[in-house]
Every structure is written in C-alpha cells, then in structure tokens.
Design a protein around this ligand. Structure first.
Ligand code: KIV
Length: 288
C-alpha cells in the first residue's frame, strides 16, 4: 500500500486485471528495467510494470531479444521490484528458459518470484506452450501469455512483422488465445496484430488482452517505456506514440556539459566547497 496525499493506492493484482476488464476500464502497462524508471512508472499510477526482455535491445544493445539470459532478467527485475510499490510486476521469461523442458520452465518461473520480487511471469507462444503454462500455474505462479508478433521467434517469422493478417493466421491466433485462457493465463499480450482481429478476440475472451500495436479494442495497452520517452531512436515501431524526445534532450545536455568544462564555466562557485580563511592560512603556514 502506498500513501498518497488523497487516498492510499492499493497493490494491483491479477484479480484487479479481471475486475477492470469486467468494468470496461482500460488496463495500463509499461516496461521498466531499473529502479528510477520503476519509481516513475509506479508513481504515475500505471497498473503494471513489465520487465520485458526488450531490455536486450533498448538497454543492452543487442539486435534482438535472443541473447538475453535468466541472469540478465533477474538482475533487472530486482532493481524494478525495489522501485515499485503498487504496480503488478511481471517478469518476462527469456529465450530458452521455458521452451526446452517443462520442469525447467517451472523452476525458472519460480526464480522470478522467489529471488526477484516479481508477482507474475510472461512467456511467448500459443498451443505449443500449454504444457509449460499449466505446470507454471500449477506451481502457483500467474502467467501472462503473449501472441501475435513474438520477438523470440523473430527468425521463424522472418523478421519483426505484423501477424494474423490472413484468414488462416487469424483463425490460429483465436484458437491459441482460447487455449491460453483455458490453460489459466490471467491475460494475453497481443503484439502487432490487426486491430479488428484484436477487438474481436477481446470481446470473446474473459481474460484481458493487453495490446501493443493491436489497436484500441484491447482491454489494456503496453508500450516499451524507452520508445514512449524517445530514449531509443535506433528503430521506432509504427505502433509507438512518442510522448517525449529524451534522446535529443540528453544529447543537448551532454554537449552543454562538454562546452562548459572546456570553457571552464563548470564547475562554478556554487558547485564548489570552501575552507574557512583561518584554516587555509594555518594550512599555508604549515606548508612554508
Ligand atoms: O519484452 C517486452 O517489452 C515485451 C512487450 C513488447 C510486450 O514483450
């Protein structure tokens, strides 16, 4: 519970997600990978923080999310957990932490909660993931599904491209979503799928859909915070709305610092410490 000036905010749970869907209230979710961002996102009253494996691209500088490890994820999840009070915290299971073997998937999912302070995990994929999802949920760990563009399958998909654009692909996505719901997922991220399809599916499902590039008909929205803030300018997906241009702001600040140091404008008087005159005189004498 976090006390604000007006009313105390309550911890968001997977139950809150379900209630918000029933009430027709949009669910808000953003990514965070470190303590200060988690503080800011939580204080903004965002319902949920996803520690996404997108950190591989926007923080660690990889071309895709495949090199991200469990160690990377746990390290960043711990920092986010320290900065967050009320948001539902979701740790993204990295590539090969859940695909190869169901028991390993359960053990790795457990580490997100036991070691890193997360409330739930997310993993990518449809029908082929049902055994792992059921086993993780069976261990008492809430699971958020992820369908559509699943970045860990970038090579199989032939690039970061929108999914569900043929009748057959749309049908498969609908079937997969129902299988994930039946397996016990508390929600499903829909990434880069046609808005009509996402809205149609959201109407059918009892669990909430969280869209990213899936239109306004989803039950909630998620964005990568670095994209929203304009911190990552290497590649900006079509579905991103940039609410700030922090990359340019940072570049301007760093150039100004460089100039100030080179011209001795910084540090100024107010940035320096003083020694009392009598102490200085005594020091000078001692040096003579
Ligand atoms: O890794 C991530 O940030 C994600 C979101 C894009 C949904 O999976």
């Amino acid at each position: 519970m976090s006390a604000t000036s007006d009313s105390p905010r309550k911890k968001i749970t997977t139950h809150t997600f379900r209630l918000k869907k029933q009430r027709g209230e949009s669910i808000t979710m953003l990514t965070a990978y470190d303590y200060p961002t988690a503080l800011a996102v939580d204080r903004a009253g965002i319902d949920s923080i996803l520690v996404g494996d997108s950190l591989g691209m926007v923080v660690l500088g990889y071309d895709n999310t495949l090199p991200v490890t469990m160690a990377d994820m746990l390290h960043h999840c711990k920092a986010v957990a320290r900065g967050s009070d009320c948001a539902l915290l979701i740790g993204d299971m990295p590539f090969m932490s859940y695909q190869a073997e169901v028991n390993a998937a359960v053990r790795n999912a457990g580490r997100f909660l036991q070691e890193a302070g997360m409330d739930a995990v997310k993993l990518e994929g449809g029908r082929e993931r049902v055994p792992a999802i059921k086993a993780i949920i069976g261990a008492g760990i809430p699971v958020l599904g992820h369908l559509g563009l699943t970045p860990q399958s970038v090579h199989q998909m032939g690039g970061f491209r929108a999914q569900g654009k043929t009748a057959a692909a749309a049908q498969k996505l609908i079937e997969d979503a129902h299988l994930l719901q039946d397996a016990g997922c508390f929600g499903i991220v829909l990434e880069s799928v046609p808005a009509r399809l996402a809205a149609y599916l959201s109407e059918q499902l009892e669990i909430p859909t969280i869209g990213i590039g899936a239109g306004v008909g989803c039950d909630g929205q998620v964005l990568v915070t670095h994209d929203l803030l304009g911190l990552f300018d290497r590649f900006i997906p079509k579905f991103v709305k940039k609410y700030a241009d922090l990359h340019s702001t940072i570049a301007r600040a760093l150039t100004a610092y460089k100039e100030d140091v080179e011209t001795k404008v910084f540090p100024a008087e107010e940035h320096t410490f003083s020694i009392p005159d009598e102490e200085w005189e005594e020091f000078v004498k001692s040096e003579e």
